[in-house]
Design a protein around this ligand. Sequence first.
Ligand code: UDP
Length: 373
Amino acid sequence: MKILLVGAGLSGAVIGRELAEAGHDCRIIDSRPHIAGNCHTTRDGDTGVMMHVYGPHIFHTDDAGVWNYVNRFAEFLPFQNRVKTTAQGRVYSLPINLLTINQFFGTTLRPDEARDFIEDKADTSIDDPQTFEEQALRFVGPELYQAFFKGYTEKQWGCSPTELPASILKRLPVRFNYDDNYFFHRFQGMPRDGYTAMIAAILDHPRITVQLDTAYHPDMAAEADHVFWSGPLDGYFDYRLGRLGYRTLDFERFDGRGDYQGCAVMNYGDRDVPYTRITEHKHFSPWESHEGTVCYREFSREAEPGDTPYYPIRLVEEKALLEQYVDLARATPGVTFVGRLGTYRYLDMDVTIREALDTAQTFLSHESGGKAM
Ligand code: UDP
């Protein structure tokens, strides 16, 4: 079969590879000048630092199948994300852990004492937290919420945490020990040569052709037996029902020498600091050594048409519109919508790969029947 895959990010590359290995011819197009979508990494010409061009990407998963898969295509070196935050004039450790609690409250609590202490602060009248704010007040109480989450979240999402779902905060653990690893997952690491090299290796198959700087045109679909669409779901339908909301990021780059901030990611919890965080890219590759350093101040705002979409907003308004687009997608034979943009969900890389592998599997098992969704 002739397969067209729109988008050369993780979804397109993984599905393309699986189908190519099963004997299908895969044409992958991408409107950008590079592969790897928002995981794109590149070596900075001035300093030699490996840059996470669209912001930090740290690979973490509990899925052994996905971990084996990525290790087939890249050498992963150990990397644990240890995030710090500057709030109310001091630096703290994230995710909230025993050190954060003891430093913030000036205490010397042990784990059980800290648990009781935080439970006293928590608003236990909130039975089933629905919003981000309720989730925070229920699990960490007002002081930690104010310092670490409220301002940051207002900047990140451009709205009040009372309007956001609890699920966004559920991504972050609270720990009653001194473990400051940002993620719980068993497998964590960073591809030694960056994500773009890993995705190039996935795409390196004789049945795959990749065309960059190439916008989709319906004529291309007419030449294919099936299309996998990893571009924006609403974009496929020419935004005919309206636009699904996204947050986009602006990065303000600054260069220096040596070590600017001593860690890869420093968040800024205060509302009056306009950026959400500063990333210092050399710290994502701690096995390398560079004289120079490159940092990004990260600003979040609502995406305008033409901006790179990052985070699906998924507020009530978007959810209703999303349902209509999902109905349209279901009624579109011969096209499978995949990935973060194609399904309008906040997906980590490991989940994206798992879904891509499963989608390819489903497609291959229904091959003769045509559409797989
Ligand atoms: N968050 C926050 N303060 C922080 C870090 C995160 O309030 O210092 C909130 C914010 O709303 C964010 C969410 O928690 O969107 C999830 O955080 P995560 O670090 O997973 O965000 P990502 O790295 O995906 O942007």
